[in-house]
Design a protein around this ligand. Structure first.
Ligand SMILES: [Zn+2]
Length: 477
């Protein structure tokens, strides 16, 4: 660990100060947008507080604009057609916006700061959840929703204690403290919480909790889904020790995003009362992007898109729900890069891909030398995506494995990205880096109150906008 230099500390302070100005600017933007909405025809006006009873907030973590474009071109190739995301954006009854995502201390945000911005309306220090920049606890959005009589829920394909869901119910100084976050999740009394991460609950679930049904399998989820809903009973689904496996290689008996989302929406709606607030996250889209894993990315994004289609139809069948579909930041910004026939051949290879980069990396575990590891990786790449790496590719892998042997922690992700990049060369998908980016990101709003969504919104202003639609207190602390 190095101590930040004085220059670093000064520039960090300056960044936080300018973000504080941006908070003011965000409020100004929101005010001007509300003013603008008043000038629209009466049917388009939504008065704060008289709008949505329910909010469903759908997140594909790390979704850059190239993601839906990849889905659409893949759909053209396979004949499955345009993505639900694009069809929604093209249709009536939807507002499309761009969202800015910077953190209090960084131009490029992490998921903790971004999720907490939505949840509290305050810019955050990277890695922190629902804390002000001077360390005060801020009340997460689901806490305020519950106090207002609403039902609450989170669904994710990551651990349920990971940064993006946790930002909606927990307050803590380090996102990595997932066991503590698990304790906070139980205290937050969410009506439905579904995802992975059972390893973080071992110490918390030692005593029996009659009001909490803890589900570990798809069969248990389906059985509970068929039972009459008991208003007092909360559901915690932990379907994996860590993250839920990538869609491309997930066992058929592990529930995915679509199945968990349907369960959560239908259960929360059946509970009645003053409505509900539900966050749904396709969290592994971000993980695949970090690994520059085109095949893994595409399959998790397809699952997100199917979930979008189902949820949008559900929202449109009613008159009481607002749906937001967005992301917390872009990650690695994938793009199709091959011209002509070559690009079509690449889409065919992508369609035939069978495994994630993680699966490929596991095949090299235990290799005696970097050269042996590189040979194993090359064989695994061939099996996973049908690509034969040339001599250049094998030597790049051996070099990355050699660095990993010298410093296992620092270079581990470099091997992932060398594998991902080499495959990207054949799959026609280029990546800008292995990190998040500062890109403005897409947002779609539909359902009750969507007409008032401005064309551009910062992530903290989005909190204010949503709480106004729901009639919730905008004050997080
Ligand atoms: Zn990420």
């Amino acid at each position: 660990m190095t101590t930040p230099s004085r220059v670093d500390r000064l520039s960090r302070r300056r960044f936080i100060q300018s973000s504080a100005l941006a908070v003011g600017a965000g409020a100004g933007l929101l005010d001007s947008v509300r003013g603008a909405s008043a000038a629209q025809p009466p049917a388009a006006v939504t008065t704060p507080g008289d709008g949505a009873k329910n909010l469903i907030f759908l997140v594909a973590d790390g979704l850059a604009a190239g993601g839906p474009a990849l889905l659409d071109q893949f759909g053209r190739y396979t004949g499955s057609g345009l993505s639900a995301l694009t069809r929604l954006a093209m249709g009536a009854g939807v507002r499309r916006a761009l969202q800015s995502t910077h953190a209090a201390d960084a131009a490029v945000t992490d998921s903790a700061a971004a999720s907490s911005a939505w949840s509290t309306g305050v810019k955050h220090i990277s890695g922190q959840l629902c804390l002000s920049t001077d360390g005060r606890r801020l009340s997460p959005l689901l806490e305020r929703a519950r106090k207002a009589g609403k039902r609450t829920g989170c669904v994710t394909t990551t651990t349920i204690t990971h940064a993006t869901p946790a930002g909606w119910y927990a307050s803590i100084d380090e996102r990595e403290k997932e066991s503590e976050i698990a304790g906070q999740l139980l205290e937050a009394r969410l009506d439905v919480a579904l995802g992975g991460g059972s390893r973080y609950f071992v110490d918390h679930l030692t005593q029996s909790r009659p009001a909490l049904a803890v589900l570990r399998t798809q069969a248990a989820l389906q059985a509970v889904g068929k039972e009459p809903v008991q208003p007092g009973q909360r559901v915690l689904g932990l379907f994996s020790e860590g993250h839920v496996p990538f869609a491309i290689e997930r066992p058929a008996n592990v529930p995915g995003l679509e199945e968990m989302s349907r369960f959560a929406v239908e259960r929360l709606a059946a509970l009645g009362g003053d409505g509900f607030v539900l966050q749904i996250e396709a969290g592994r889209v971000d993980h695949a992007a970090h690994r520059n894993d085109a095949a893994g990315y595409l399959r998790d994004l397809q699952e997100f898109d199917r979930t979008v289609a189902w949820v949008a139809e559900w929202v449109r069948s009613r008159q009481d729900t607002l749906l937001i579909i967005t992301t917390d930041h872009a990650t690695a910004n994938p793009g199709l890069t091959f011209y002509g026939r070559e690009g079509i051949d690449a889409l065919r290879r992508l369609a035939d891909a069978r495994h994630s980069v993680d699966w490929i990396l596991e095949r090299a575990a235990g290799a005696a030398t970097p050269a042996e590891g590189a040979e194993r990786l090359a064989a695994a790449v061939k099996e996973a995506v049908g690509v034969t790496l040339d001599e250049y590719g094998r030597s790049a892998l051996a070099a990355a494995l050699g660095k990993q042997a010298a410093d296992p922690f620092k270079e581990r992700r470099a091997v992932e990205c060398v594998v991902g990049s080499l495959m990207g060369n054949e799959l026609g998908v280029g990546w800008v880096s292995r990190n998040h980016t500062s890109d403005h990101v897409e947002l779609l709003a539909l359902g009750v109150g969507h007409e008032a969504m401005p064309a551009f919104i910062d992530n903290i202003a989005l909190h204010d906008w949503m709480t106004a639609r729901l009639g919730l207190s905008a004050k997080a602390g």
